[in-house]
Ligand binder design. Structure first.
Ligand code: ZN
Ligand code: ZN
Length: 138
């Protein structure tokens, strides 16, 4: 764990980020989970053993991490912003029963040809969201 913490600090620094305890703990939290939490879920996780973080500091830490490309927003539900420390290209699976979001490896599907879009649309990127039922809800 000590080694991992050192690596994390190095990674944050390599992105030009000043390493604050908040940025560190928010990023460390996101790296250990694959459920695409909201800022509030991260906050309650960090405060599980006593209040250490506020909503404002979690938001600003997420913002800083997002700006340097370590974290990205996942917008699969209207008005709900979730966060993902997996910034490699991938697709998502969303369970329509429990709302769980899981990653799908990018090479699962054949690539789409964005040149087939009407010329009025300049496609730049895409990702697929598959809706269905996860194995816990089946
Ligand atoms: Zn489910
Ligand atoms: Zn994801």
């Amino acid at each position: 764990m000590q080694k991992q913490a050192e690596d994390l600090v190095k990674l944050l620094k390599s992105k030009g980020l000043r390493v604050t305890p908040q940025r560190f703990s928010v990023y460390a939290n996101l790296l250990t989970r694959y459920d695409h939490p909201t800022a509030d879920q991260i906050l309650s996780d960090l405060n599980r053993h006593g209040p250490t973080s506020s909503q404002a500091t979690v938001y600003s830490a997420l913002q800083a991490l997002r700006e340097v490309g370590l974290v990205r927003e996942v917008l699969l539900e209207e008005g709900i912003c979730r966060y993902d420390a997996n910034v490699a290209r991938h697709h998502h699976f969303r369970c329509r029963c429990c709302g769980t979001i899981q990653d799908i490896p990018w090479d699962t599907f054949e690539p789409l040809d964005l040149n087939r879009l009407p010329s009025s649309m300049q496609g730049e990127s895409y990702e697929v969201t598959v809706y269905g039922v996860c194995d816990r809800c089946q």
